[in-house]
Design a protein around this ligand. Structure first.
Ligand SMILES: C[S@@+](CC[C@H](N)C(=O)[O-])C[C@H]1O[C@@H](n2cnc3c(N)ncnc32)[C@H](O)[C@@H]1O
Length: 232
C-alpha cells in the first residue's frame, strides 16, 4: 500500500480552501490548469451519450467540461468528499441547466455505482489526496466499462531541475500567496503530499495492478505536472 493523506483532515482542508480555491488556482498556475484539464479531456475523447465520472471533482472544472461534450443524453457523476467545493460547483452549473451533472457528496474510494457503470473517468489533483492511491485506482477500474478509459492529472513527483523548480515555486510563491489569505498550513501541505505521491513509473505499475490493461504517465508543463492515461 502507498500510504496517503488522512481523509478527515483532507476533507476539512478543502472545506476551508473552497472560497479561494478557483482564484488561487488561476493565480498560482497563471491559468494553465485550465489548459492541462482541457488537454486531458481532449486526449480521452468523451463522446455524446456516454456516462463519465469526475472523481474528487472540487468546484467542477472537469465535470463542466465533460458535460458539454457528452450532450445530448450523456451524463457526468461528479463526486467530492467536501461539501463547500460541491456547493460552488452546483452554483456554477446552475447557469447551464442543460448540462447533465449529478453532484454527489461521497468518497472516491467507495463510489455508489455498480461495476462497469462508466465509459470514462477523470481525476484532477485528487489521487494524491486519497488515503490510499492504489485503492483509488482499483475503484476507478471497478467503475469502468470493459473498454473504458481514464485520465489522472496531478503534480508530478520528479527529480532534478523540475523538482527544484517545483519546490522553490511552492515555498516562494504558492505558500506566501496562500498565507496572505490565512491558508498557510493548507497550502504547506502540498509539498508533503507530493513527497508521498507515487512517481509516474510507480503510478503506471499501480494502475496495472489495479487491472488496467494499459497505463502511460507523461510529464507535462516542463515536468511540473503529470498526466496518467489509462485504458481498461
Ligand atoms: C485539489 S482539489 C481538486 C479539485 C478539482 N478536481 C480540480 O482539479 O480543480 C482535490 C479535491 O479532492 C477532494 N477529495 C479529497 N479526498 C477525497 C475522497 N476520498 N473522495 C472524494 N473527494 C476527495 C477534496 O475535497 C477536493 O475538493
Amino acid at each position: 500500500m502507498v500510504s496517503g493523506a488522512h481523509p478527515q483532515q483532507v476533507r476539512q482542508l478543502f472545506e476551508q480552501v473552497a472560497p479561494h480555491y478557483d482564484r488561487l488556482n488561476d493565480l498560482l498556475s497563471l491559468g494553465l490548469h485550465r489548459l492541462w484539464k482541457r488537454q486531458m479531456v481532449q486526449l480521452l475523447q468523451p463522446k455524446a451519450g456516454e456516462a463519465w465520472l469526475d472523481l474528487c471533482c472540487g468546484t467542477g472544472d472537469l465535470a463542466l467540461l465533460l458535460a458539454e461534450r457528452l450532450r445530448p443524453k450523456g451524463m457526468v457523476l461528479a463526486v467530492d468528499a467536501a461539501e463547500a467545493p460541491l456547493q460552488r460547483a452546483r452554483l456554477r452549473a446552475a447557469s447551464r441547466p442543460w448540462l447533465a451533472i449529478d453532484w454527489q457528496l461521497g468518497d472516491a474510494l467507495a463510489v455508489d455505482r455498480p461495476d462497469g457503470h462508466f465509459d470514462g473517468a477523470v481525476m484532477a489533483y485528487g489521487l494524491r489526496n486519497l488515503a490510499d492511491p492504489a485503492r483509488g485506482l482499483c475503484e476507478l477500474r471497478r467503475l469502468l466499462h470493459h473498454d473504458g478509459r481514464a485520465g489522472v492529472l496531478d503534480f508530478n513527483r520528479t527529480t532534478g531541475l523540475p523538482a527544484v523548480l517545483q519546490r522553490q515555486t511552492l515555498r516562494q510563491v504558492v505558500v506566501p500567496v496562500a498565507t496572505q489569505l490565512g491558508l498557510q498550513s493548507q497550502y504547506a501541505y502540498l509539498e508533503d503530499s507530493i513527497d508521498r505521491f507515487p512517481t509516474g513509473a510507480q503510478q503506471e505499475r499501480l494502475a496495472q495492478d489495479a487491472g488496467f490493461s494499459w497505463a502511460r504517465h507523461r510529464p507535462i508543463a516542463g515536468g511540473l505536472m503529470g498526466l496518467l492515461e489509462l485504458r481498461c
